[in-house]
Design a protein around this ligand. Structure first.
Ligand code: NAD
Ligand code: 4PL
Length: 242
């Protein structure tokens, strides 16, 4: 049994983030379930013996206060999973600068602010694991959300660049790129219709679930993955091959 770690998962009140929180808790870690939706975060945290926090990852002051409260309450953070994102469906013909900025503020600014706030704790401690949740839409070039796909490519670029700067301190950073996954967010959006073309393209003829994504994240967040950094692991039932 490996050491108990303090793990922060953003956007963990539902969907893939909740699945990741459950997996990390099952491995014995103390999980901070951070989400805009505090009631949802409390429900997940209650199920897994974790801690719920209300957090908007795109709010610089809120992220700074969140980091300070973690230091006060736990004295350390070992694992950061940047999962919180907006998943829009907007064809190019309708894509405004305002909508572009809305997505970037959460998907890229949020990832930056969280990593900026927590990475130094890890480098000072000489140990850390950061996992960004990207998307296989960056490999596939999926239409109807160019801003989202660009943000996910940005998160992969960030992983590649930062790995070389923080490796010397025992901190790894990797991305997991899920394929279309049945989550509350997808079920409530036009993306739910995407299963019609995704299933025949996958190697397996069923819908991906958060529980299909979480083990890959938990592995990259584990001590055992210490020789892997700057990488992107595609977890999409074989939909894309790279
Ligand atoms: P979802 O919409 O079901 O849940 C997202 C959660 O993030 C919600 O609980 C929401 O409250 C929270 N959130 C949104 N903005 C936030 C903010 N500013 N601060 C804090 N929390 C915030 O999403 P999902 O489908 O579970 O997707 C989770 C991650 O997986 C995202 O990064 C998404 O891009 C990625 N992903 C999803 C799929 C898919 O098909 N579901 C595929 C590939 C990648
Ligand atoms: C293949 O990341 O990976 C729809 C919605 N289809 O968010 C995603 C695919 C969506 C995806 C995604």
């Amino acid at each position: 049994m490996s050491e108990q770690r303090v793990a922060v998962v953003t956007g963990a009140a539902q969907g893939i983030g909740a699945g990741i929180a459950r997996e990390l808790a099952a491995e014995g870690h103390k999980v901070i379930v951070a989400d805009l939706n505090l009631a949802g975060a409390e429900k997940v945290a209650g199920e897994i013996g974790g801690v719920a926090r209300a957090l908007d990852v795109s709010d610089q002051a809120a992220v700074a206060a969140f980091a300070e409260s973690l230091i006060a309450d736990f004295g350390r953070v070992d694992i950061l999973v940047n999962n919180a994102s907006l998943v829009p469906f907007v064809p190019w013909s309708d894509l405004t600068f305002e909508e572009w900025r809305r997505i970037m503020s959460v998907n890229l600014d949020g990832m930056f602010l969280m990593t900026r706030a927590l990475c130094d704790l890890m480098t000072k401690a000489g140990y850390g694991r950061i996992v960004n949740i990207a998307s296989n839409t960056f490999m596939a070039g999926t239409p109807n959300f160019a801003h989202y796909v660009a943000s996910k490519g940005g998160s992969i670029g960030f992983v590649r660049a930062l790995a070389g700067e923080i490796g010397q301190y025992g901190v790894t950073i990797n991305a997991v790129a899920p394929g279309l996954t049945e989550t509350e967010g997808v079920l409530a959006s036009p993306h739910n219709d995407g299963f019609g073309y995704v299933l025949p393209a996958q190697a397996f003829n069923r819908k991906g679930l958060p529980s299909d994504i979480a083990p890959a994240v938990a592995f990259l967040a584990s001590e055992k993955a210490g020789w892997i950094t700057g990488q992107t692991l595609v977890v999409d039932g074989g939909h894309t091959r790279n």
